[in-house]
Design a protein around this ligand. Structure first.
Ligand SMILES: [Zn+2]
Length: 296
């Protein structure tokens, strides 16, 4: 990693020890596990933190690790909505509360949501179609018919803050977003492609810009449902934008003063504190930007 790498991404924190050898231990300790509940991108919370329930109520759990004597797991089975209601827990999206949770809890919640999403959508063997079962304390699934083992997937995606020779930043609006919502160029890495090539391809495809240089800035898991966001900054000498009209509806260059003016006028809303995109904008800008300029 170079000295320019950004730190402090909201979902890149985490304190629990998650070495594979400890997962067997976690399973053995089932009755002492601190189990919490997730549902899609949401976490069941009590008093602004994770809400914990007894392990015995669940047929299937994923062991997430230990910290200062406590062992943590997420429920992979059961009617989590009813159980949360019984305990008086409130559901909150990790996208909304991720920046405010402590290091331990945000790390547990991020891993839990990613794992749970995978289990919910990968219930059958890709080879023979038989129903698979949870194995290795929740970190794999196994096929009872052919014995194959299947691992949770993470999809790498690049996001890139592009600047022109005047040090203006490019902000683009996806066709599916509201008229005031703008962010950076982003997209999934394709098979057989390097990260640098993905950055160059997405910039050319989405906004018709040729990238001159690319610098890696850090990464953040983004389990909505299964991404790892790889952050870059890039420069270009070409300022003419040609949006594809398919994924991107419009894109503009902003100086720092123009960005502030557009945000103050309510014409521009920037991505939330929990996102990589926000970190990249603030890195370019030189300081944090007001919360009220975030997307709702
Ligand atoms: Zn199979």
């Amino acid at each position: 990693m170079n000295s320019q790498t950004l730190t402090g991404f909201a979902l890149s924190r985490g304190k629990a020890e998650r070495l594979a050898e400890t997962r067997a231990l976690g399973a053995a300790l089932q009755n002492e596990l601190k189990v919490f509940l997730v549902n899609g991108p949401e976490i069941a919370m009590a008093n602004n933190g994770l809400g914990f329930v007894a392990a015995k109520d669940f047929e299937s759990l994923a062991y997430l690790g230990f910290f200062e004597g406590d062992h943590f797991a997420v429920a992979l089975s059961g009617d989590v909505e009813s159980i949360a209601a019984k305990h008086g827990f409130e559901w909150h999206s990790l996208r909304t509360v991720g920046a405010d949770l402590g290091d331990l809890e945000v790390g547990l919640a991020t891993a839990a949501i990613a794992l749970n999403n995978w289990h919910r959508t990968h219930t059958h063997c890709p080879r023979c179609g038989d129903e698979t079962f949870v194995s290795n304390s929740g970190w794999t699934r196994q096929c009872p018919k052919d014995g194959t083992e299947h691992y949770p997937r993470t999809d790498p995606a690049i996001i890139v803050a592009i600047t022109n020779p005047e040090d203006k930043i490019l902000m683009a609006r996806q066709t599916v977003w509201q008229p005031t919502h703008f962010s950076h160029v982003a997209g999934f890495v394709e098979p057989g492609e390097t990260l640098e090539a993905a950055v160059a391809r997405e910039a050319m495809e989405e906004i018709g810009i040729k990238i001159d240089s690319v610098t890696y800035m850090g990464s953040q898991p983004w389990p909505f449902p299964a991404s790892l966001m790889l952050a870059f900054v890039a420069t270009t000498s070409s300022s003419e934008i040609t949006v594809d009209g398919d994924e991107i509806a419009e894109a503009y260059w902003y100086s720092r003063a123009e960005l502030v003016a557009a945000c103050k006028a309510g014409e521009l809303r920037i991505p939330s504190k929990v996102s990589v995109a926000r970190k990249l904008i603030e890195h370019w800008y030189g300081s944090e930007l007001p919360d009220e300029w975030s997307r709702p």
